[in-house]
Write a protein that binds this ligand. Structure first.
Ligand code: THU
Length: 139
């Protein structure tokens, strides 16, 4: 396993996600989520969920983090690992929409960490997103 993805590093990434969750804007669900991306250049970029009174406009923590990473570091970012945490002590695997958005910037074997069944679960992206949509539309 590369140094980038050592277990301690992934636990530290989860801690960053948990810290980020404190800044979540979640007055409607009261479910505060944080996400931390480990970019392949070693940078960590965090995001939180940002809810809206028009509920469907809510942005999840993972997608907020991806948008922030692109804004800060440009369109060529690659994500080696993502950790998702919440302040509610609940399981929080990334939602389906976020899985597809993560896929855009992550390889299939990238690490996805989230609490589940009282433990920190570590799976590959293709375990949570099998048969990803991958049309070759890039120019
Ligand atoms: N949420 C996330 O931030 N990430 C996910 O992957 C799933 C759900 C947020 C959206 C909403 O603000 C709250 O959690 C409850 O659904």
């Amino acid at each position: 396993m590369s140094d980038l993805l050592r277990a301690e590093r992934l636990e530290a990434l989860y801690a960053e996600a948990l810290k980020a969750a404190e800044n979540a804007y979640a007055p409607y669900s009261n479910f505060k989520v944080g996400a931390a991306l480990l970019l392949t250049d070693g940078q960590v970029v965090t995001g939180t969920n940002v809810e809206n009174v028009s509920y469907g406009l809510t942005v999840c923590a993972e997608r907020a983090a991806i948008a922030r990473a692109v804004v800060e570091s440009g369109p060529r970012i690659r994500v080696a690992a993502v950790a998702v945490a919440n302040l509610n002590g609940a399981a929080c695997p990334p939602c389906g929409m976020c899985r597809q958005v993560l896929k855009e910037f992550m390889d299939s074997d990238g690490d996805v960490l989230f609490p589940f069944d009282g433990a920190l679960k570590r799976v590959r992206l293709d375990e949570v997103l099998p048969f990803a949509f991958e049309a070759e539309l890039k120019r």
